[in-house]
Design a protein around this ligand. Structure first.
Ligand code: PGA
Length: 250
């Protein structure tokens, strides 16, 4: 059974959420509802509570955030603490998405601090990593992924908790482009990622996801790849019927 994390980014509206939850509640035929805790939705900060209330009594689909502050409290205008997200009952939080790394200048060290804050509140981090097209073409993929994971691993070496940790490999050139990374590349990369975590005592709590143009047309191929336990889905997850197709096809 795969994990499916819908990353709604800044695509969704309150009306869209209402329609999505309405369709979810009417859906009794597919495997979709049976997925429960394996199906998760990352909403934007201001929509989390609306989504939470819309899902009440309708579905046990989990919900989460798309980023968080590394700070717990204090004079950090515009930032959102893990503690306040925990008050909303979030189950997970995406960190290190390439859009946050690129547009907000977030470094891998900062992302490791965010992970630390999440783990302290027992919220699952969904840590995104991925290389640019240029890095891919230069054969620098592994080096880049290692750089991004290094501060994460430094902290995880000392972590003894039991919180589930997700690592999502999302090649930047595959995000929102309709281009899915090559199967043979993905096989090698996931194989290597599994090897990289073997040294960690929390390895058993780590789950690997793939993200980047996951759709109902690409899912059948992607699910054949060893080492992928789930998917991070952007654009295609806004539409309930498309997301349902992705889940049902797996
Ligand atoms: P996409 O986005 O599915 O729209 O390519 C994935 C992501 O950025 O998490």
């Amino acid at each position: 059974m795969y994990y499916y994390i819908a990353n709604w980014k800044m695509y969704q509206s309150l009306q869209g959420i209402t329609q999505f939850v309405e369709q979810l509640s009417q859906d009794t035929t597919s495997t979709f509802n049976g997925y429960n805790a394996r199906l998760k939705i990352a909403a934007s900060y201001e929509q989390i509570d609306f989504l939470r209330r819309s899902l009440l009594g309708v579905s046990s689909v989990c919900y989460g955030a798309q980023d968080c502050s590394q700070y717990n409290k204090g004079p950090y205008t515009g930032q959102v603490s893990v503690e306040s997200l925990a008050d909303l009952g979030i189950d997970f939080c995406i960190i290190g998405h390439s859009e946050a790394r690129i547009y907000l200048g977030q470094s891998s060290e900062l992302i490791a601090l965010k992970m630390k804050a999440l783990l302290a509140m027992e919220i699952s981090p969904v840590i995104c990593i991925g290389e640019t097209l240029q890095e891919y073409q230069n054969g620098e993929t592994i080096e880049r992924l290692y750089d991004q994971l290094s501060p994460i691993f430094t902290y995880l070496k000392e972590y003894t908790g039991n919180v589930k940790i997700y690592i999502a490999y999302e090649p930047i050139y595959a995000i929102g482009s309709g281009i899915v990374a090559k199967i043979e590349d993905l096989e090698n990369i996931f194989n290597l990622l599994h090897l990289m975590i073997q040294q960690l005592s929390v390895a058993k709590n780590i789950t690997f996801l793939y993200g980047g143009s996951v759709s109902s047309s690409s899912i059948s191929c992607l699910k054949k790849i060893q080492g992928i336990s789930g998917f991070l889905i952007g654009k295609m997850s806004i539409d309930f019927q498309e997301l349902k197709k992705i889940v049902d096809l797996s």
